[in-house]
Design a protein around this ligand. Sequence first.
Ligand code: HEC
Ligand code: HEC
Length: 302
Amino acid sequence: MSGRAAVLLWLVIAASPVLADDVRQHGEYLFRAAGCATCHTDEKNHGVPLAGGRALKTSFGTFYTPNITPDPDTGIGRWSEADFIRALREGISPAGEHYYPAFPYTSYTRLTDTDQHAIWVYLSSRKPVQQANKPHELPWYLRSRASLGIWKKMFLSTGAFQSQPDRSAAWNRGAYLVNAVAHCCECHTPRNFLGGFKESRQFAGNSEGVEGTAVSNITPDKKTGIGKWSETDLVEYLETGATPDGDYAGDIMAEVIDNSLAQLTKEDRRAIAAYVMSLPPLENTIHKRTNKKPKPKKEEYE
Ligand code: HEC
Ligand code: HEC
């Protein structure tokens, strides 16, 4: 081996543990931003982190999140990285079954290959925890996963986020964080009776949010959205939950802020705000922060 090759080889070997650490840290950052631990930990009942069991009440039934620790028997310890990527990208299990969209792969499909890999590296570094999964509580007509194939044909378009070259880097970063990572639309976009997003009403608020709460309109509509907020107000809200009118984020959004958004870098929060403020304003008569008020009447919604 020539001297130069030896030096190069040495450099590669010396640098690789640092690189592996970097990838894991990057994965941890994304994992937090994406709220994986929030859903996969039964915090209310003092559950072990990532061992699942959290109940997600939806208008379709109650889902219990599975154990995603690397335990070989009750978690995903026998999965390959390709299995994991397929779950995020296509919503398909290693056994070839469809996942319910209560697992927001509809957003995670937009993650880049690099980011999905980093999340896998981080997740694989967690401690295995033995805890069996709880079956979902669903009406009989939703118990078969086969029909989810039809649902996916109608409502899922797979593939990583494509940045728009005519927009700034910050805007594209914001779009990526909102649509691929932090999955804001999963709560803020209304769904049709089949649980698909109403594309024309993106981010305009949802009357039937998780846990039965109504979710605010976050488009910059002056009357019914956050059009009166400045971009700085929004950055502040994403960090502390404080609204410009002196109120605070309600339970579900407070959890998103505490566990995910407050832990992002300032630049990332600014990027999210820049993107959200650039959305087309959509009017919706949904009440603001409705979980403190009686549930509005159905016909008041889009
Ligand atoms: C909104 C709640 C929610 C969030 C956020 C969430 N998941 Fe899940 N996840 C679920 C549910 C519910 C299921 C079960 C879906 C099913 O049974 O079809 C699931 C299933 C999975 C599975 C399949 C496990 C198995 O045993 O088949 C993996 C892997 C997974 N999630 C990883 C992740 C990762 C990684 C993230 C973050 C990038 C994440 N989840 C974020 C709710 C969530
Ligand atoms: C798990 C569901 C969920 C997710 C994910 C989520 N939100 Fe929210 N969000 C809510 C709920 C519920 C409210 C109403 C909060 C309240 O009652 O105070 C809310 C409120 C807000 C508000 C306040 C609006 C107002 O008029 O007071 C903003 C702004 C907001 N969300 C932005 C975001 C952004 C940006 C993201 C993604 C980075 C996001 N949300 C992700 C559920 C969610």
